[in-house]
Design a protein around this ligand. Structure first.
Ligand SMILES: *Cc1c(COP(=O)(O)O)cnc(C)c1O
Length: 368
């Protein structure tokens, strides 16, 4: 039985009628940018997260740039960001004239730690980008409390996750989401959001996403054209009420994997299952194991029709664009190197079946 790495299509199939109706509603309204669907989605998404404000933007990458800009990050400032993440977490920093400074992750959780961030902080550090990687929940509250610096939560992979102090997106000064189609909450194109409990920051973000203007008459900032459109917002509104059930399914699938792969034969072969951070109930956007030779394991699984992938084999600090920007590693990143060398994402989705998980586990037991 072939098992795909992810399956965004199956959970949407029962919603097709509602999605078609939402699309028709937007076409009939003839309002396509920053209209009632975006406002309603912003309110509903903020409610879901338990945060005061949500602002729709064009994608999850610009969301980070705009969030940092709203915090006052500019030329000469440093922003601490994990090197083990999707490239965009760091790519969002240099457009502000700021310098990305890379910190380590814990290879057990794939998230930043307070000590890891602290090691990378200097007198020029203006903000921290903490990534809730793979849906796990980074220790955002502790970072802000212990380091006294504002945190941008990169929550692109953590829609549906729960932390001990609330949901990702409600934990730090400001947070960003991506609604790229493959994320836990995916649009039918690009989309993103910025969330915050701070009214002044939200106001600044609203202005920045629309050319630095609130009224199309007076332009206060050189801003961005970074808007969520009505069609995407209407489609996201249909999906949002199902996000928690989808996340529950992901958590159930993760527990099936944990039960089969933690300890015993797989562990003896070097398989390490992911660890949730303290008190977190991750929505596991990706279920990522570690193995001493992940690329060989991937090839053996592929021969059985089971997809798997190493997403961030080369850490961000080792990417060519980072070297050519004159940036790079300023502190040792041993956890990053372990995570990068050993990680392998195996199939998970809101629709994966117990049989599929059992098939993947049997193959890993045999092939790892
Ligand atoms: C997807 C993703 C982004 C970027 O989101 P886009 O909407 O594709 O721009 C940023 N950070 C992380 C961790 C992501 O997974």
């Amino acid at each position: 039985m072939p098992v795909p790495l992810f399956d965004p299509g199956t959970p949407l199939r029962p919603l097709r009628g509602e999605i078609d109706a939402a699309i028709a509603r937007v076409l009939d309204s003839e309002r396509f940018v920053l209209g009632p669907e975006v406002s309603a989605f912003e309110d509903e998404f903020a409610d879901h997260l338990g945060v005061q404000h949500a602002v729709g933007v064009a994608n999850g990458t610009e969301a980070i740039t705009i969030a940092l800009r709203a915090l006052g990050v500019g030329p000469g400032d440093e922003v601490v960001v994990p090197s083990f993440s999707f490239w965009a977490s760091a790519e969002a920093i240099p457009p502000l004239g700021a310098t990305p400074v890379f910190c380590d992750v814990d290879p057990a959780t794939f998230c930043v730690t307070v000590d890891g961030v602290k090691a990378a902080v200097t007198s020029r550090t203006k903000a921290i980008v903490a990534v809730h990687l793979f849906g796990n929940v980074a220790p955002v509250r502790q970072l802000e409390e212990e380091l006294g610096l504002p945190v941008v939560e990169d929550s692109a992979q953590s829609a549906g996750s729960l932390g001990p102090e609330g949901r990702p997106g409600s934990l730090g000064s400001i947070a960003t989401f991506s609604f790229y189609p493959s994320k836990n909450l995916g649009a039918f194109g690009d989309g993103g959001a910025i969330t915050t409990g701070d009214g002044a920051l939200a106001e600044r973000v609203r202005q920045l996403r629309f050319h630095g203007s609130r009224d199309k008459v007076s332009y206060q900032d050189v801003g961005y054209n970074s808007r969520l459109d009505e069609l995407q917002a209407a489609i996201l509104r249909v999906q949002l009420p199902h996000l928690d059930a989808w996340a529950d399914h992901r958590r159930a699938a993760a527990s099936w994997y944990d039960d089969a792969l933690a300890g015993g034969r797989a562990a003896a072969a070097g398989v390490v299952t992911p660890t949730a951070t303290d008190g977190a109930r991750p929505a596991w956007h990706l279920y990522v194991i570690r193995h001493p030779d992940p690329d060989a394991l991937q090839q053996r699984l592929q021969a059985r029709g089971i997809e798997s992938r190493g997403y961030y084999r080369r850490p961000i600090d080792a990417q060519p664009a980072i070297a050519s920007g004159g940036w790079g590693r300023t502190v040792p990143l041993p956890g990053t190197d372990v995570a990068a060398a050993e990680h392998l994402a195996i199939p998970i989705s809101a629709a994966i079946t117990r049989d599929q998980v059992d098939e993947v586990c049997a193959a890993i037991h045999e092939l790892a």
